[in-house]
Each structure stands twice: as C-alpha cells, then as structure tokens.
Design a protein around this ligand. Structure first.
Ligand code: GRF
Length: 188
C-alpha cells in the first residue's frame, strides 16, 4: 500500500477530489492532509471525509520536524494548492515522490506569485490563445520540476479570467487523481 499525504493551503477542491478518488483503492491511500493555514477550508474538508489532518507553522516547516514526520508517514507528497516553497531536505528525501499541479501551461506563467487568479488574469491580459494544467515533479525552484502531464484548452475571445479558472478547474478534477495513480503505479 502506497501512502499519500496532501499539502494544501486553500479551499481544497483538488484535495477533496483526490481523497474521494482513492477511497476504495487497494494500492493507494490518502493518509493525511496538512496545511500551513489553520483556518484553511481544506482542513474542514479532510475532517468531513474522515481523513486525518493538521496545520503547522513556519517553525515546524523549516525545522526537521515536518521532514521527520513525512519520512515516517508517507511515500508520496501531493501539493494541491500549497503555496510555500518545499524545503531542500524534503526534496532530497523524496526524489520523484513530490507532485504538484499548476493551473497554467508551464514553463509559462509559473514562479513565485503565480498562483490562483494571478495566473488566469495574466493569461487573459496577454491574450493567450491557450491555457491549461501542468502536473509536475517538484524541485528546489517554484514550478520548474520535470513535467509529467499537460492538458490545454482554447481561450476564447471574450473569455474572462473567471471563465479560464472554471475550465482549469474542470481539467484538474478530471486529470489530477488519475495522473497521481499512474505515477505511483509506474514508479512504485
Ligand atoms: C488549483 O488551481 C491548483 O492548480 C493550484 O492551486 C489551486 C488549488 O485549488 N496549484 P483548490 O484549493 O484545490 O481548490
């Protein structure tokens, strides 16, 4: 059985979807949801779905405490709207075991500060003809790890950033759990 821990900072629609997807899976289990924000909605979602969760502060994050906890408790780390940079110690201890989803077609519209509506506003303001999602491994730099999967859609003339956000959401819901499953089954 491969254990998965989800790290998230916000609403948690991806976390919820992942938890539901793996609920009756014999090979993969979501064991915990962790957040850097104690008031994050994702923690309520985890409770409702009967998945253990806790929040942590920067001290816990920067020290070896989180790393040690992760080493004991998980095989894979899934970032689902998690906004802090992952410490080097965690990256080195989990090679090709940390997966992020980004709401744009990397390498475009990635990097520090490029999250949520900031991404979609930039896409619309620059009159991009396409946008999409990128699922990738995590390395020391924001949004620069090896790409695992991308899926794009057409940005139509007149589409607002909110329209783009909705299309992204649909693609995330359709693809993220499936790609996580594929990676884990292939990599072990
Ligand atoms: C998603 O759009 C994801 O691509 C990005 O952060 C957002 C998280 O949304 N990394 P939610 O908290 O899962 O609803």
């Amino acid at each position: 059985m491969k254990r998965v821990v989800i790290l998230a900072s916000g609403t948690g629609t991806n976390a919820e979807n992942i938890i539901k997807y793996f609920r009756n899976n014999d090979l993969i289990v979501v064991v915990h949801v962790l957040s850097n924000k104690k008031e994050a909605k994702v923690l309520d979602k985890a409770t409702q779905l009967k998945v253990n969760s806790f929040s942590f502060n920067r001290e816990f994050y920067k020290s070896n405490e989180l790393l040690n906890w992760l080493k004991l408790n998980t095989d894979y780390i899934i970032l689902a709207g998690f906004l802090w940079k992952i410490p080097t110690g965690i990256i080195e201890s989990f090679p090709a075991k940390i997966i992020n989803i980004h709401p744009a077609l990397l390498p475009k519209y990635g990097g520090k500060g490029m999250y949520g509506m900031h991404v979609h506003n930039a896409v619309v303001n620059n009159k991009e003809k396409t946008s999409g999602i990128t699922i990738h491994y995590v390395n020391e730099n924001y949004d620069e790890g090896a790409i695992i999967f991308q899926k794009s859609f057409e940005v139509l003339v007149g589409d607002t950033a909110e329209d783009v956000a909705k299309k992204i959401h649909t693609l995330e819901q359709e693809n993220f759990p499936k790609i996580i499953e594929k990676v884990i089954l292939e990599n072990g």
